[in-house]
Design a protein around this ligand. Structure first.
Ligand code: G3I
Length: 335
């Protein structure tokens, strides 16, 4: 896959965990063969790196970086500022107010960006800052106002926290590619359209104030039950590119409800066609990098974290386990 992509001036990659790379030889072999770029599924998040204040645990991330270096795979960082994967101590500190919050952010950035310097060249500096509109799968609590999600970072630092984080990253390493990453902007639905407009307003505001930003990550957690229109998504990607920002698809996978007929082969081909339509629209819009969130159903987070919560009749699957089918569909439009 990596060679196919590179042949078209594109990059294909996937999310990995140090644990899977270490314990699942088939997973490691597939990643080594298919992926040209890696992203840690968890190891570079705040809770993983600084579980207690001032105690940094980079061992899992370092193991992943060693594997990547051995196989000559670049690694992107995910994610410096996010409302999830935040340890309890951090939430408490952020609630103490601005000065304390700035200290927490600056210390985390100081340590993490110095530790990963020259090994991680691209970071999701802020993950999921945009508020989910009414009607979304995970709507904001009532009373959330404005385009930004109500998070501990917003409450501590105000709406400017996005610019603060981006400036802090740029100041510490001017050669980093700084990315803002979000989801829920892919489908042809009113909530997704509203979220696209909210994200575009945020981006235009950052550009107008010359806030350092190089790229936008669109996660791409697709839902088969949501309609998708390629031209709508393609034009959205073009609008971001028109702001002189690169676009990456950062976390592609597909969730959907078990087909009523239980006909998995038919369902798999529908999923693969959706992946193909989405990837094609992204590339036509100007995206040049696409990562899947995992590399197959078999090891997908959708089974690990979600399985227990699932209604037995409602099977969520990630990318089709039939990787060959998925690979062909994902790049077919680029032949
Ligand atoms: O491994 C740790 C363990 O050491 C620790 O003691 C324990 C404490 O809770 O957590 C364990 O980590 C789990 C981690 O996955 C590694 O498997 C966390 O519990 C669990 O919450 C975490 O879930 C991840 C989730 O993000 C939250 O960080 C999922 O695997 C991961 O797929 C998911 O990925 C997110 C992206 O970062 C952002 N976009 C949405 C995407 C899907 O939700």
């Amino acid at each position: 896959m990596a060679e196919i992509a590179a042949g078209r001036g594109l990059t294909y990659g996937c999310a990995v965990t140090a644990k899977l790379l270490e314990e699942e030889p088939q997973f490691a072999a597939l990643v080594a063969q298919e992926a040209g770029l890696l992203v840690p599924e968890y190891e570079a998040k705040f809770a993983a790196l600084q579980p207690e204040e001032g105690r940094f645990d980079t061992a899992p991330l370092d193991a992943l970086l060693r594997w990547a270096e051995h196989f000559r795979k670049p690694v992107r960082g995910h994610a410096l500022v996010w409302h999830d994967a935040l340890p309890g101590w951090t939430r408490a500190a952020l609630a103490e107010g601005r000065t304390r919050a700035m200290g927490v952010l600056e210390r985390h950035f100081d340590h993490v960006l110095a530790h990963t310097r020259l090994r991680i060249r691209d970071w999701d500096v802020v993950n999921e800052p945009v508020a989910n509109p009414p009607g979304s799968d995970v709507p904001e609590p009532a009373g959330n106002s404005g385009d930004l999600r109500d998070t501990p970072w917003l409450r501590a630092l105000g709406p400017d926290y996005v610019a603060i984080a981006l400036r802090a990253a740029r100041q510490r390493d001017p050669t980093l590619r700084l990315t803002l990453n979000d989801y829920g902007v892919e489908a042809d639905t009113p909530p997704a359209e509203e979220k696209r407009q909210r994200l575009l307003r945020l981006l235009r505001g950052l550009r107008a104030r010359n806030v350092p930003l190089d790229a936008v990550g669109i996660q791409g957690h697709l839902q088969m039950r949501e309609p998708f229109r390629a031209e709508v998504f393609r034009d959205f990607v073009r609008q971001i590119r028109a702001l002189d920002l690169q676009v990456l698809i950062t976390e592609l996978d597909v969730r959907e409800v078990r087909p009523p007929s239980g006909d998995f082969p038919a369902r798999d081909s529908q999923v693969a066609l959706r992946v193909h339509a989405f990837a094609s629209a992204a590339f036509e819009g100007g995206a040049r990098t696409l990562l899947t969130w995992g590399i197959s159903d078999r090891w997908s987070w959708l089974y690990r974290e979600q399985a227990v919560a699932l209604d037995p009749g409602d099977v969520h699957r990630g990318l089709p386990y039939d990787w060959e089918l998925n690979r062909k569909q994902m790049w077919r439009a680029l032949a």
